[in-house]
Every structure is written in structure tokens, then in C-alpha cells.
Design a protein around this ligand. Structure first.
Ligand code: NAD
Ligand code: TYD
Length: 356
């Protein structure tokens, strides 16, 4: 059996592929365009492993997707591929429209043709799982209950608007064509292999380099944090037992103001990698201009997933963030290669002959 994962060289997709190979004997076809966010060095431990087949390419390339589906006959497609950084979407939204909307549409079209032509049993068993975000629901008032699956879509950034559009397309392919889809909407992830321009890895990397720790606005914006491996286990569970056409919110009930996250990371670094002069990394905290249109609060109500599919996160925020900080301390070469840009040569050095 085979699954096709898109965006599997990114942060969450990469963790998902590593975990999948660790807990299943199914082959993973990994289709990834290798944008700035794609890093095959994160998958270096799979080098030479026949269970992982990497293909460099775009989900919007209909011909390539058609060819991959026909050749590998996957029983499921899991769509992680996306432009994912809110700040980048503010500076240049076009790529977000292209990948998140047009790309998802082209992928859906090819998957629909492939699925329709499958023999009866394979058609009944097939799944298209779309990985999405809590940001599609917009910003919550301080005292409002957490987002349930019924919460109105109210995306506020070009990123979340493009993800919302892709969620709607996925939904429509179920209602109109009967495509067996599942959608997950997850809160902010953190953990190993996170590109160091997102908050938590940026804090660790900047602190270790003695650089400023930029806090947008007053630092009181709230995000709901989930360790990436717990997101991956939720996706596996939804793939295995989710009801067709349904949406599952994924979260770990870990709402925290950004400034608390910054203090927590600094305290862990003070403990695990104390500065020579015994001063605290907190001294590097710098308040900077706020992000335009900055959502104030996200919070996920994950009770449906817990109740109906029996999923629970394995990590608390305290255990997950400790593992994450330790991972960055133990993997400084990975960080150095991201910062120097050397990670982009990984494909030619190590995977060139296996790319499409
Ligand atoms: P990421 O930016 O780290 O990785 C995205 C991957 O997709 C990269 O490897 C990139 O090369 C690839 N990609 C981009 N455009 C592509 C295209 N056109 N064709 C093929 N591959 C392409 O993102 P991530 O944080 O791993 O997020 C993965 C998914 O999870 C996204 O859909 C995102 O919206 C969603 N999500 C992320 C979070 C989070 O906190 N990071 C939370 C909830 C949901
Ligand atoms: P980010 O990691 O970009 O995720 P998202 O915008 O998808 O939630 O940012 C998390 C929060 O941290 C968000 O409220 C913006 C804030 N932030 C900072 O305060 N400073 C930073 O340097 C970054 C990157 C983010």
C-alpha cells in the first residue's frame, strides 16, 4: 500500500513522513516543490530508504500529479503543501493564491479523475485528507469560547483567506462529486524542523546568536500551541477513522499569550544553555511594530476529535517545548544550513538523481 503526501519536506509534512515511516510499512510518495520552506535535510534519516520516494514538483502541475497517481496508485492523498507564513502573505500574497487555491484545485481535479476510475473496493477505501488551520476562523474575543467545527469562517490575512478558499474547494468536491475527503483544522504547531522565521524557532535561534527577540505589538496576542508530533498522530487517526466529508479541529488546549511563550523559551535556554555572564536571554526581548491586521486570539475546541475518534495529545506544553528547545540545541548544524542557505543544495547533493 502507498500514500501520497504533498508538502512532505516542510515542517509538519516532514515530521509526518518521518513518523509514518517509523510506524507503518506503507510507502510514502512525497511530492514537494521545495520552496524556501522545503528542506530535504530534515528527511536525511530516510536517505536510501525504499519506503520514501521523493519527487520534486508542484501540486498545481496537473500532468505530474496525474502521472504520480497512475504510477503509484495511492490509497490516500494527504495535502500539506501550502504557503504557510502569515508575514510572507502580507508582503506577497500572490504565491498563496497560486499554491493554496489554484494548487489545491488542480490537485483535487486530478485526484477526482483518479478516484472515479478506481475499482469499487479501492474507490470505497480511498481518502483525500486536507490539512488546514484554525486561522480560517478569524480572531476570537478574549472571553469567547474556543473554535468548534461549526464556527463561521472569517479569515483575516491573505494566508488564512487562501486556506479558507482551499477548505471550501475540498468541501465542495465532497458535496458535488462525492470525493471521500476529510479536513483537519489545527492550531499553531511547534517542534523539530520548524523553519526559523516562525515565532518559537526564531526565538531559540536568535537567542543563541545573541540577537533581539522581536515581540509584535504588546505581545498579548494569544495562540493555542500543539506539539507537531501530536498533530501528526491526529492526522493519522482522522485518516484511519474520520467520517467522510467531516471536519476535525485539532488542538491541545494550550492557549498562551506570545509574551509568555517568549519568557518560557528564555527560561529554558537560561537553564539548558546558560550565558557565560549568567545574564538572562530575557534581556534580548524587544517590542517591535505590530503585524498589520494581527489576529488577537486563536483557540481550538478539540472535543469532537477526542470524543469521536479517541485522540489525545501525548505532550503537555511544558514537555513539548522542552523537547523542542533541546532539539534546536542538539541540531545546530540543521539551523546553520538553513541560515546559510546550504539546505537548498541538499536536493542536488543527495536527491538529484531521484527527483522527477
Ligand atoms: P511549511 O511552510 O513548513 O511547509 C510547506 C511545504 O509545502 C514546503 O515543503 C514547501 O516546499 C511545500 N510546497 C509549497 N508550495 C508547494 C507546491 N505548490 N507544490 C508542492 N509543494 C509545495 O508549512 P507547515 O508549517 O509544515 O504547514 C503544513 C500545512 O499545515 C499547511 O497546509 C499549513 O497551512 C497547515 N498548518 C500549519 C500550522 C503551523 O502551525 N505550521 C498549523 C495548522 C495548519
Ligand atoms: P507565527 O509563528 O508567525 O505564527 P502565526 O502567525 O501563524 O500564528 O507567529 C505566532 C505569533 O507570534 C503571532 O501572534 C505573531 C507573533 N510573532 C512575534 O511576536 N514575533 C515574531 O518575530 C514572529 C515571527 C511572530
Amino acid at each position: 500500500m502507498t500514500i501520497l503526501v504533498t508538502g512532505g519536506a516542510g515542517f509538519i509534512g516532514g515530521n509526518f513522513v518521518l513518523d509514518w515511516v517509523g510506524c507503518s510499512d506503507e510507502v510514502v510518495i512525497n511530492l514537494d516543490k521545495l520552496t524556501y520552506a522545503g528542506n530535504l535535510e530534515s528527511l536525511a534519516s530516510l536517505d536510501g530508504n525504499p519506503q520514501h520516494i521523493f519527487v520534486q514538483g508542484d501540486i498545481a502541475d496537473a500532468e505530474l500529479v496525474r502521472h504520480l497517481l497512475a504510477e503509484h496508485q495511492p490509497r490516500a492523498v494527504i495535502n500539506f503543501a501550502a504557503e504557510s507564513h502569515v508575514d510572507r502573505s502580507i508582503h506577497g500574497p500572490e504565491e498563496f493564491i497560486q499554491t493554496n487555491i489554484v494548487g489545491t484545485f488542480r490537485l483535487l481535479e486530478e485526484v477526482r479523475s483518479y478516484w472515479k476510475a478506481l475499482p469499487d473496493q479501492a474507490r470505497a477505501d480511498f481518502r483525500f485528507l486536507h490539512v488546514s488551520t484554525d486561522e480560517v476562523y478569524g480572531s476570537l474575543a478574549t472571553d469567547a469560547p474556543a473554535f468548534t467545527e461549526e464556527h463561521r469562517y472569517e479569515p483575516n490575512s491573505p494566508y488564512s483567506a487562501s486556506k479558507a478558499a482551499s477548505d471550501h474547494l475540498v468541501r465542495s468536491y465532497h458535496h458535488t462529486y462525492g470525493l471521500p475527503v476529510l479536513t483537519t483544522n489545527c492550531s499553531n504547531n511547534y517542534g523539530p524542523y520548524h523553519f526559523p522565521e516562525k515565532l518559537i524557532p526564531l526565538l531559540i535561534v536568535n537567542a543563541l546568536a545573541g540577537k533581539q527577540l522581536p515581540v509584535y505589538g504588546d505581545g498579548q496576542q494569544i495562540r493555542d500551541w500543539l506539539y507537531v508530533k501530536d498533530h501528526c498522530s491526529a492526522i493519522r487517526r482522522v485518516l484511519e477513522a474520520g467520517k467522510l466529508g467531516e471536519v476535525y479541529n485539532v488542538g491541545g488546549w494550550n492557549e498562551k499569550p506570545n509574551l509568555d511563550i517568549v519568557h518560557h523559551v528564555c527560561a529554558l535556554l537560561d537553564e539548558l544553555q546558560p550565558k557565560a555572564d549568567a545574564s538572562s536571554y530575557r534581556d534580548l526581548i524587544t517590542f517591535v511594530t505590530d503585524r498589520p491586521g494581527h489576529d488577537r486570539r486563536y483557540a481550538i475546541d478539540a472535543r469532537k476529535l477526542e470524543r469521536e475518534l479517541g485522540w489525545k495529545p501525548a505532550e503537555t506544553f511544558e514537555s513539548g517545548i522542552r523537547k523542542t528547545v533541546q532539539w534546536y540545541l542538539d541540531n545546530q548544524q540543521w539551523v546553520n544550513n538553513v541560515q546559510s542557505g546550504d539546505y537548498r543544495n541538499w536536493v542536488t547533493q543527495n536527491y538529484g538523481e531521484r527527483s522527477a
